[in-house]
Structures are given as C-alpha cells and as structure tokens.
Design a protein around this ligand. Structure first.
Ligand code: GLC
Length: 429
C-alpha cells in the first residue's frame, strides 16, 4: 500500500464523484439493468436515444469548484458496460449514441482547465460484454440456461478488453491523477454455497496494477482490485467511519464516498436527500478523522445537475467560502486535544491552528480542556474574536462534596452565527 505520493490528495480533502451513463434515462438507480433483470434488447432503448443536449462540462467544473471541490472522479464505464469515452475496443460508447461525442474528453478538458484534478472510475464488472461470465451479480444470474450460456463465454477475452480499455484511458487523456476501480466480490467465508463472484484472478489485478503504474507512475489508486497491499487509499462507501482508519495499527489514507440520496446514478423519485447541514458535517467528520470525502452527483439524461443537487452544492460552497481553511491542508487533531461536547476538531500542522467545528450550538460557554494552549481564538466566518476566560463552575459534584472548579472556556455569542456549522479558529501557542 501507499505506492504513490498522496500529499496533494490528503491536502485537498474534497472531491466530486460523477456517476453518469445511459441509466440516467430510466432514472431509477444505476443498477437498474441488474435489478430488473433487463435483457440487452430492452436496455438498448436507452443507448438508442441517449442525447444529453444540455451537457456543458465547463459548467459542471465551475459548479464543482464553487462547492470547494478540488478533484473529480467520473464513471468512464459503469457496470452496464456503457462507455462515455471513445474506445476503439467497443461500439458500446457515447460516440455511437445521439450524443455523438467523447464525453470523457470534454469532462477532462473542462475540469482540468478549471484547475481540478482528474480521476477515472472504471467498472471491472461489465454486464454488456459477451465474454464476461455470468456470476451471482450478473443481469442473467437467474437465466434458466446460465450454465450453457457460460460455456461460450471466455473471461480471457474480457480480461484483455479490460486491460486494453484501461490502457486507452491512461494513454489518450493526458495526466490522470486518480484511478478508481470498482469492484471485486470474491467468495467470502460466509457466502452462500452457490455464490459465484470475481476477484483478482478474474481481472488479473497484478498485471493491471503494473500497467496502470507504468503508464501513469504518479497515479493514486483505490483498493477495490482485491489485492491486499497495492492500493494507495481505502474507500469506505456510504458509511460514517467511527475513527481514523488504520491497517496493522498504522494510519492509512482513506476517502469516504457518499451519495446525496442513496442512488449514484440520477434517480428521479428518490426522496431521501441529505440536507446541506448533514453534508457539511460529513465532510468535517471525515477530515477530523484524517479522511477525504468524495461526494457524488448523478447528472440527468439531458446532461445537467438537477436542482436538488445544485442547491446542496451551492450550500456547501457557501460554507466552504468561509471555512475551507479548516478543511484544506488539515488533519485529525493531535491526541492531546480532546474535542469539546458536540464538536469536531481539525488541525493544520503547517500553520499550527486548530479548528473547532461546533455541531450543536451551546449556550455561551464552550469548555475547552486545552485552554492553556490557546493564544487567540476567532470565529472563522467573520474573524471576530472569541474571548477565552477561566470560568468558575460552582456546582460540580465529586463523590462526596460539592466543589467549585475553574475551567478555560470560550465565550460564544448567544446567537449562533448564520452559517450551518460555525467554526472557531484557534491560534495555538
Ligand atoms: C458500488 C456500486 C456502484 C457505485 C459504487 C461507488 O460499488 O456498485 O454502483 O458505483 O459503489 O462506490
């Protein structure tokens, strides 16, 4: 693990995930073909009519940038096998739809010129390729003639296709900063007896890694190739991580990926959208545990971010405009600093500043048990001073007596500042 230099990645902390493909048309989850066990013929209707006439990559890049995102990872191909890029190894690609163009090329050009780093998601799984064998996750998993169909499938041919496409992606688009493979599902000890999955042998992960690193030696690679120690970062998905991640007791680089609503691809009727408040807290929580956040947008079939996504991105951007100092270049706080009640801490080792993110606004007094380390404190949104005082808390009970204790306390305004998560910037001695 940790083959590449991840310093920029760890510094930047916040990226945009983009799941886009012809599944934006059924608009009911990117796994729709698999979930509904649709035949190729049925699914082809989307290929036939895919026409994102409003797609403007520059607009996407500007929106990502305004939200405070520093890099973006896009699905060059998802599990349905459809390629947004112009691959010479398949006809199943955007250039052959009414879109008629290499959408990845436009994405790369636009995001790069806005100064964002470029990541490619590539699905190892492929439910379109005729030689991808039918396994327990495949669209045809329940087909009565599954075994017979598999006899004419040759994974060697699919593997070759996979390696060829990765070579194309890492050769034809200039410098690529991140490669994000998805995903392996080898049989696990507790899997049902008839479970058929795929893993490192199916992808020839060892050689795939060599190929990737030879074409783009600086690239940062995720951990879904089913190889225990070849990755640069871990990818907890749609889950809050309880503490900074470690492997064999050593801290590792990690990036949580999350959706706005539960679906990665555009989902018209999904209503469980997270609020701006929750999303901002998710970002802070990741950084406070030494992680990154990759937040997903599922653009529509016409090529736009819908209003629900725009509203969230705008809200996050408003918060980031004032508070990005507590995110970029920040890490988990050194152990000597304990987060006060309802707070998360981040720390910038270069400036030696500590950031207290207040998730629930208290009444006036924020006790800090590292008060003697504070030289000066201010609210980050307006740079207004937050005084530090030794306050007497008279009614603290110990086992057998009432005692007066004194504690360093930050004195907050009674009224919560008008930002979703207020932050106190602490200049340490
Ligand atoms: C899962 C899903 C997939 C999504 C990915 C993002 O692996 O299969 O649809 O692209 O998560 O992490």
């Amino acid at each position: 693990m940790g083959k590449s230099d991840t310093r920029w990645f760890v510094h930047d902390r916040f990226g945009m995930f983009i799941h886009w493909g012809i599944y934006a048309m059924p608009a009911r989850h990117e796994w729709v073909k698999q979930r509904e066990e649709m035949s190729d013929e049925k699914y082809d209707i989307y290929f036939k009519y895919f026409n994102p006439d409003l797609f403007d990559a520059t607009q996407w890049a500007k929106i990502a940038k305004q939200a405070g995102m520093k890099y973006a990872v896009i699905t060059t191909k998802h599990h349905d096998g459809f390629c947004l890029f112009d691959s010479k190894y398949t006809d199943y690609k955007a250039t052959n739809t009414p879109a008629k163009r290499d959408l990845i090329r436009e994405f790369v050009d636009a995001f790069r010129s806005e100064g964002l780093k470029i990541g490619f998601y590539y699905s190892l799984i492929d439910w379109h390729h005729p030689h991808f064998t039918i396994d327990s996750l495949h669209v045809l998993r329940n087909h009565p003639e599954r075994e017979k169909l598999n006899q004419s499938r040759d994974m060697n041919k699919y593997r070759e296709y996979l390696h060829n496409q990765v070579r194309e992606l890492l050769t034809n688009y200039g410098k690529i900063d991140i490669i994000w493979f998805d995903f392996s599902y080898p049989p696990r000890p507790n899997a049902p007896a008839d479970w058929v999955g795929k893993g490192r042998q199916d992808w020839d992960s060892e050689n795939l890694v060599k190929l990737v690193r030879s074409l783009q030696p600086h690239i940062i690679m995720n951990n879904r190739l089913d190889l225990p120690d070849q990755w640069d970062f871990l990818t907890p998905e749609q889950i809050g991580v309880p503490e900074a991640l470690t492997v064999d007791g050593k801290p590792v680089v990690w990036e949580a990926c999350h959706t706005f609503s539960g679906s990665w691809g555009y989902h018209r009727d999904e209503e469980s959208w997270k609020s701006v408040d929750v999303l901002v807290k998710m970002l802070i929580d990741c950084v406070s545990k030494d992680g990154n956040l990759l937040l997903n947008v599922g653009p529509t079939a016409r090529g736009e971010f819908d209003n629900r996504a725009l509203e969230r991105l705008k809200g996050i951007g408003e918060w980031m405009r004032y508070h990005s100092r507590s995110i970029y270049g920040c890490t988990k706080a050194p152990d000597e600093f304990k987060a006060p009640n309802d707070c998360r801490l981040t720390y910038n080792p270069e400036t030696n500043r500590l950031y207290i993110h207040i998730f629930s606004w208290p009444f006036k007094f924020l006790k800090v048990d590292f008060g003697d380390r504070i030289e000066y404190a201010q609210l980050l949104n307006d740079g207004s001073e937050i005084p530090l005082q030794k306050i007497k808390y008279p009614y603290v009970r110990t086992a057998d007596k009432e005692e007066e204790i004194q504690m360093e306390t930050l004195i907050l305004p009674v009224k919560k500042p008008d930002v979703c998560v207020p932050v106190i910037e602490v200049f340490l001695k």
